[in-house]
Design a protein around this ligand. Structure first.
Ligand code: SF4
Ligand code: SF4
Length: 425
């Protein structure tokens, strides 16, 4: 028997009618795109269940945890250190921004030429359709791109629990000092929120939980490098998206169980694609739930995605935190080192990103790279042009796609992707 979560959603202040509409679109899209795939690993059943209960059972868990005294922290960017949140016994969740909602209302606050991700984050707030946002005790924004920075000024007028983390734009000594100061300020804010003091043991525990989660994702990523491809890019994307919502220990176990199955599939040569299917690396802007548009187009156009150079993917999961220090300052330094290695396009210069893409393309045996940029995202659009030249000099064909969350350009997108796939064959 399925539980009726409506009373819980009402308590959170959701607009039930708008929320029902969102869930119905989400469920339909998941069925059409995900459940329609053939020969999926059995381990994906866990992720299908999580997605079916993403606004239900998981929210109930968060509400129950709050009743037991824990706090929930929502965040928009992979720069917010979950290790610190967990060290204070808080639960950190991602605030997905992967669908257009209440766009007329959004455009009363933001210019039309704002990226879809930012518009979506404000739309979910204005329309009251995101239970993660509404149940968060603290919402963390971050000063990354200009669009986000300015949008948080608007969000701050709508949410009284917004905390903004400043971030460096340059990876200099001064930039590193700023990030460390901001992580210390965040630690103090989380301690004040939860009433829990973070000591060495607590921070080591938080680091271990997140390192294990990242190790499991690295294992999944490496299995996709095998010529016998045991999982589709769409399914791997769902694991990367669920990474931000699920209980971290349970999630880690589920990913490791999936990886065990994928190892067996590889040994038995069970693959999801025919021999010779072009292998694609997707690189660029993050894809938040339920933004499955481009991956669905790619994987229904005769190609398969073998890696994501994205914050919902390798860029967000790569690199562990060194937990060997025996004092808080040393552990905070290790966290700063780990997070400062993220090669987001908001940094200038951001030269290491192209090296990472080439390395990932080689490891994943990609035949081509599709650079994915959301319309009006200047940081990733600006990097796309020199990146294209650099990748093509190494013999890697690339395709630049700029799109948004609407379905209006689906025909054009499909035509361009199909032509690219033909070129790779
Ligand atoms: S692309 Fe940059 S701003 Fe966006 S989530 Fe990643 S690190 Fe944060
Ligand atoms: S996709 Fe680009 S413009 Fe949009 S939030 Fe990310 S960095 Fe900013």
């Amino acid at each position: 028997m399925t539980t009726d979560h409506t009373p819980m959603w009402k308590n959170l202040g959701l607009d039930i009618e708008a929320h029902d509409a969102l869930l119905s679109v989400l469920g339909q899209a998941y069925g059409d795109i995900y459940l329609a795939q053939e020969n999926r690993p059995e381990g994906m059943g866990y992720f299908d269940f999580v997605m079916s209960e993403v606004h239900g059972q998981r929210i109930q868990e968060l509400v129950d945890a709050q009743a037991a005294g824990r706090k929930v922290i929502g965040c928009y960017c992979v720069f917010v250190p979950e290790e610190i949140s967990l060290a204070a016994e808080a639960i950190q969740v991602g605030l997905c921004s992967g669908a257009d909602f209440a766009m007329d209302e959004v455009e009363k606050y933001l210019p039309r030429n704002t990226c879809a991700l930012i518009k979506s984050s404000l739309g979910f707030k204005l329309a009251k359709v995101c239970p993660y946002l509404e149940c968060s005790d603290l919402v963390v924004g971050e000063n990354t791109c200009d669009g986000k920075k300015k949008a948080y000024e608007n969000l701050g007028t709508l949410a009284d629990n917004l905390y903004v983390m400043d971030l460096p734009q340059v990876k200099s000594d001064e930039g590193r000092a700023l990030l460390k100061a901001e992580f210390i300020r965040y630690k103090e804010a989380v301690e004040a929120l939860t009433g829990n003091t973070i000591d060495v043991a607590a921070l080591k525990k938080g680091i271990a939980i997140v390192n294990n989660k990242r190790k499991a994702m690295a294992r999944l990523a490496a299995l996709r490098h095998n010529p016998v491809l045991p999982i589709s890019g769409l399914d791997a994307l769902i694991a990367n998206q669920v990474f931000f919502y699920d209980d971290p220990v349970r999630f880690t176990d589920a990913v490791n169980a999936l990886c065990d199955e994928l190892e067996t599939r590889i040994a038995e040569k069970t693959t999801v694609v025919a021999d010779g299917t072009p292998r694609i690396l997707v690189s660029g802007c993050p894809m938040a739930v339920p933004n499955w548009k481009l991956p669905a187009v790619i994987e229904t156009s005769g190609a398969v995605i073998v890696a994501e150079e994205s914050c919902v993917g390798e860029r967000g999961c790569r690199n562990l935190t060194d937990d060997s220090a025996d004092d808080l300052d040393g552990l905070m330094d290790a966290l700063v080192d780990r997070y400062l290695a993220i090669d987001c396009a908001i940094f200038t210069p951001n030269t290491e990103r192209s090296g990472h893409i080439k390395e990932l393309a080689e490891k994943s045996k990609a035949d081509g790279v599709i650079q994915y940029t959301l319309n009006f995202c200047q940081p990733y659009a600006m990097e796309a042009i020199p990146l294209e030249k650099e990748l093509e000099e190494t013999g890697l064909p690339t395709l630049r796609i700029e799109t948004d969350y609407s379905q209006e350009d689906m025909g054009q997108l499909k035509t361009r992707v199909e032509a690219f796939v033909e070129l790779l064959k």
